[in-house]
Ligand binder design. Sequence first.
Ligand SMILES: [Zn+2]
Length: 157
Amino acid sequence: MFDKDKAESYINKLLNHYKIKVVSWSKTDCGRAWINSKEVKIPKPTNLMRFCIGLHEIGHIVEDATKSKMKLYQSEYKAEQFAIREAKSLGFDTTEYEKNARGYVTMCIAKGYVRKLNLDKIEPHIKDFCGIDFETWRVKKVFVSNWRKELNIEIKN
Ligand SMILES: [Zn+2]
Protein backbone atom coordinates (compact mmCIF):
# COMPACT_ATOMS: atom_id res chain seq x y z
CA MET A 1 0.00 0.00 0.00
CA PHE A 2 1.10 3.50 -0.82
CA ASP A 3 2.04 5.60 2.19
CA LYS A 4 2.01 9.34 1.55
CA ASP A 5 4.08 10.32 4.58
CA LYS A 6 6.66 7.66 3.89
CA ALA A 7 6.84 8.82 0.25
CA GLU A 8 7.18 12.47 1.17
CA SER A 9 9.94 11.93 3.70
CA TYR A 10 11.76 9.70 1.20
CA ILE A 11 11.62 12.39 -1.48
CA ASN A 12 12.96 14.92 1.04
CA LYS A 13 15.71 12.54 2.01
CA LEU A 14 16.80 12.14 -1.62
CA LEU A 15 16.63 15.89 -2.28
CA ASN A 16 18.86 16.51 0.73
CA HIS A 17 21.24 13.70 0.00
CA TYR A 18 21.85 14.70 -3.61
CA LYS A 19 21.59 18.45 -2.90
CA ILE A 20 18.74 18.87 -5.37
CA LYS A 21 16.56 21.96 -5.22
CA VAL A 22 12.82 21.99 -5.98
CA VAL A 23 12.21 25.12 -8.06
CA SER A 24 8.46 24.56 -7.91
CA TRP A 25 5.92 21.89 -7.07
CA SER A 26 4.12 20.76 -10.19
CA LYS A 27 0.34 20.85 -10.05
CA THR A 28 0.02 18.27 -12.81
CA ASP A 29 1.37 14.76 -13.25
CA CYS A 30 4.51 16.00 -14.93
CA GLY A 31 7.95 16.98 -13.92
CA ARG A 32 11.18 18.40 -15.20
CA ALA A 33 14.82 18.18 -14.27
CA TRP A 34 17.62 20.64 -14.89
CA ILE A 35 20.68 18.48 -14.62
CA ASN A 36 23.44 21.10 -14.55
CA SER A 37 21.85 23.25 -11.87
CA LYS A 38 20.48 20.19 -9.99
CA GLU A 39 16.94 21.56 -9.92
CA VAL A 40 13.61 19.81 -10.38
CA LYS A 41 9.98 20.59 -10.79
CA ILE A 42 8.01 17.66 -9.37
CA PRO A 43 4.53 16.96 -8.05
CA LYS A 44 3.92 16.46 -4.34
CA PRO A 45 3.92 12.68 -3.79
CA THR A 46 0.22 12.39 -2.97
CA ASN A 47 -0.16 9.10 -4.82
CA LEU A 48 2.15 6.44 -6.22
CA MET A 49 2.13 7.86 -9.75
CA ARG A 50 3.12 11.32 -8.56
CA PHE A 51 5.72 9.86 -6.25
CA CYS A 52 7.28 7.91 -9.13
CA ILE A 53 7.25 11.00 -11.35
CA GLY A 54 9.23 12.82 -8.66
CA LEU A 55 11.65 9.91 -8.38
CA HIS A 56 12.04 9.88 -12.16
CA GLU A 57 13.14 13.53 -12.25
CA ILE A 58 15.48 13.04 -9.30
CA GLY A 59 16.78 9.99 -11.16
CA HIS A 60 17.79 12.18 -14.11
CA ILE A 61 20.08 14.13 -11.81
CA VAL A 62 21.38 11.14 -9.89
CA GLU A 63 22.15 9.24 -13.10
CA ASP A 64 23.50 12.46 -14.69
CA ALA A 65 22.85 12.23 -18.39
CA THR A 66 25.39 14.93 -19.25
CA LYS A 67 28.40 12.86 -18.22
CA SER A 68 28.02 10.13 -20.78
CA LYS A 69 26.13 11.68 -23.71
CA MET A 70 23.19 9.34 -23.47
CA LYS A 71 20.49 9.21 -26.09
CA LEU A 72 17.01 10.27 -25.03
CA TYR A 73 15.68 6.71 -24.69
CA GLN A 74 18.74 5.71 -22.63
CA SER A 75 18.44 8.56 -20.15
CA GLU A 76 14.67 8.06 -19.86
CA TYR A 77 15.20 4.35 -19.30
CA LYS A 78 17.72 5.08 -16.55
CA ALA A 79 15.40 7.57 -14.86
CA GLU A 80 12.52 5.06 -15.02
CA GLN A 81 14.71 2.31 -13.58
CA PHE A 82 15.72 4.62 -10.76
CA ALA A 83 12.07 5.47 -10.01
CA ILE A 84 10.96 1.82 -10.05
CA ARG A 85 13.89 0.65 -7.95
CA GLU A 86 13.43 3.34 -5.31
CA ALA A 87 9.65 2.91 -5.10
CA LYS A 88 10.09 -0.86 -4.77
CA SER A 89 12.66 -0.35 -2.01
CA LEU A 90 9.88 1.22 0.06
CA GLY A 91 7.71 -1.82 -0.57
CA PHE A 92 5.31 -0.12 -2.98
CA ASP A 93 3.68 -2.08 -5.80
CA THR A 94 5.03 -0.57 -9.01
CA THR A 95 3.19 -2.86 -11.46
CA GLU A 96 1.04 -0.04 -12.86
CA TYR A 97 3.88 2.44 -13.00
CA GLU A 98 6.08 -0.08 -14.81
CA LYS A 99 3.46 -0.33 -17.55
CA ASN A 100 3.69 3.43 -17.98
CA ALA A 101 7.45 3.34 -17.94
CA ARG A 102 7.53 0.68 -20.67
CA GLY A 103 5.23 2.78 -22.82
CA TYR A 104 7.27 5.88 -22.24
CA VAL A 105 10.63 4.29 -23.08
CA THR A 106 9.06 2.67 -26.16
CA MET A 107 7.79 6.08 -27.25
CA CYS A 108 11.28 7.55 -26.82
CA ILE A 109 12.71 4.77 -29.00
CA ALA A 110 10.01 5.47 -31.61
CA LYS A 111 10.95 9.16 -31.54
CA GLY A 112 14.58 8.22 -32.08
CA TYR A 113 13.67 5.73 -34.79
CA VAL A 114 11.99 8.36 -36.96
CA ARG A 115 15.29 10.25 -36.62
CA LYS A 116 17.33 7.26 -37.83
CA LEU A 117 18.10 5.63 -34.50
CA ASN A 118 19.66 2.23 -35.28
CA LEU A 119 17.44 -0.45 -33.71
CA ASP A 120 20.38 -2.88 -33.72
CA LYS A 121 22.24 -0.63 -31.29
CA ILE A 122 19.52 -0.66 -28.64
CA GLU A 123 20.76 -2.52 -25.61
CA PRO A 124 19.13 -5.97 -25.21
CA HIS A 125 18.08 -5.24 -21.61
CA ILE A 126 16.24 -2.11 -22.75
CA LYS A 127 14.55 -4.08 -25.53
CA ASP A 128 13.56 -6.70 -22.97
CA PHE A 129 12.17 -4.04 -20.67
CA CYS A 130 9.98 -2.63 -23.47
CA GLY A 131 8.77 -6.15 -24.25
CA ILE A 132 8.33 -5.33 -27.90
CA ASP A 133 9.54 -7.06 -31.02
CA PHE A 134 11.31 -4.15 -32.66
CA GLU A 135 11.87 -6.26 -35.79
CA THR A 136 8.28 -5.44 -36.77
CA TRP A 137 9.23 -1.76 -36.95
CA ARG A 138 11.69 -2.12 -39.78
CA VAL A 139 11.02 -0.36 -43.08
CA LYS A 140 7.67 0.72 -41.75
CA LYS A 141 6.28 3.83 -40.20
CA VAL A 142 5.63 3.51 -36.49
CA PHE A 143 3.32 5.65 -34.42
CA VAL A 144 3.22 5.35 -30.67
CA SER A 145 0.47 7.15 -28.83
CA ASN A 146 -1.38 7.08 -25.56
CA TRP A 147 1.62 5.70 -23.70
CA ARG A 148 0.24 6.76 -20.33
CA LYS A 149 -2.79 4.47 -20.53
CA GLU A 150 -3.08 1.58 -22.94
CA LEU A 151 -0.04 1.74 -25.15
CA ASN A 152 -1.09 2.04 -28.76
CA ILE A 153 1.42 1.15 -31.45
CA GLU A 154 0.39 1.54 -35.04
CA ILE A 155 2.53 0.19 -37.84
CA LYS A 156 1.83 1.38 -41.34
CA ASN A 157 3.39 0.39 -44.61
ZN1 LIG B 1 12.55 11.95 -17.99
